[in-house]
Design a protein around this ligand. Structure first.
Ligand SMILES: NC(=O)c1ccc[n+]([C@@H]2O[C@H](COP(=O)([O-])OP(=O)(O)OC[C@H]3O[C@@H](n4cnc5c(N)ncnc54)[C@H](OP(=O)(O)O)[C@@H]3O)[C@@H](O)[C@H]2O)c1
Length: 264
């Protein structure tokens, strides 16, 4: 059976996307760490929308996580024809004082596991000659962000990797899309690595979308078979305008402004 695998469905954008794709009759394979929520979610989506919704409990912040997900999908005899690499975490603060272990886990989740999942499922998609991969980047994919340095770099990696993969996969009829949300009202900023003085300053005044609005945009972009999509008109404009300014200038001005706002 074909399924859409979405990582990070227990809250935020992934949860809204799972709901909206279930309403469009996608069979789903949900992945996150919180077993209780995954169980409730898959039961609810199956009964509400008459689809098959299964789940895998996995920690993609650990090196073996992606391989475990792939093995479990195979054991369940599920063919992942759409892969949505959505799970991701952030971190805010001065790099030198940030917790190194957390930053390394961030890279494992946002980058290494995403690469591993793409590699494992892409091999199957190539052999069947069809499939779609959606990698979730960010507005941070377009600029260096001082005081969110590792997160922004991880999302720039997602952008570069995904755009390259889009082209490599074209001869095989496999669609690869980079989807970039802007600031979204989710649990993203509520983690210990993000919910701090720097996090508050960094997100001050940002244009905010709800996860449901973002999920609508993902589906529209998927249906239009887009290769890259920035969620929301204003975010798309900011990404375009930002690309006209040298990144060294952007980083310098951003850092100066944020230090001033922090009273440093
Ligand atoms: N919110 C924003 O402002 C914003 C802006 C731009 C881009 N994004 C991107 O959008 C994506 C979704 O973020 P969100 O805002 O929806 O965040 P969220 O509400 O915090 O949801 C994150 C999801 O990822 C899962 N997750 C976290 N760590 C995991 C791990 N180690 N292994 C497996 N799953 C894990 C969480 O589930 P469990 O805790 O159950 O594992 C949760 O379901 C991320 O890639 C983020 O970078 C968000």
């Amino acid at each position: 059976m074909n399924v859409t695998l979405i990582t990070g469905t227990t809250s935020g954008i992934g949860e809204a996307l799972a709901h909206q794709l279930a309403a469009k009759k996608h069979n789903l394979l949900l992945v996150a760490r919180t077993e209780k929520k995954l169980k409730e979610q898959s039961q609810y989506l199956s009964s509400q929308f008459g689809i098959v919704a299964d789940f895998i409990v996995a920690d993609l912040g650990k090196p073996g996580g992606a391989f475990y997900v792939y093995e479990q999908a195979k054991k369940k005899n599920l063919n992942v024809n759409i892969l949505v690499n959505n799970a991701g975490i952030g971190s805010s603060g001065e790099f030198v004082t940030n917790n190194l272990q957390s930053e390394l886990e961030l890279l494992q989740l946002n980058n290494s596991s995403l690469v591993a999942l793409c590699s494992l499922f892409l091999a199957d998609m190539k052999s069947t000659g069809s499939g779609t991969i959606i990698n979730v980047g960010s507005m941070a994919s377009f600029f260096p962000i001082p005081y969110m340095s590792v997160y922004a770099a991880s999302k720039m990696f997602v952008r570069s990797f995904t755009q390259a993969l889009t082209e490599e996969c074209k001869p095989y009829g496999i669609k690869v899309m980079l989807f970039c949300p802007g600031f979204t009202s989710t649990n993203f900023m509520n983690t210990s690595a993000n919910n701090n003085a720097w996090g508050k300053i960094l997100t001050q005044g940002a244009i905010e979308q709800t996860p449901e609005q973002v999920a609508v945009q993902v589906i529209k972009a998927l249906e239009r078979r887009k290769s890259i999509h920035v969620s929301g008109f204003q975010n798309a404009m900011s990404a375009k305008l930002g690309s006209l300014i040298p990144s060294t200038t952007l980083a310098r001005v951003f850092a100066q402004r944020k230090r001033k706002e922090m009273g440093l």
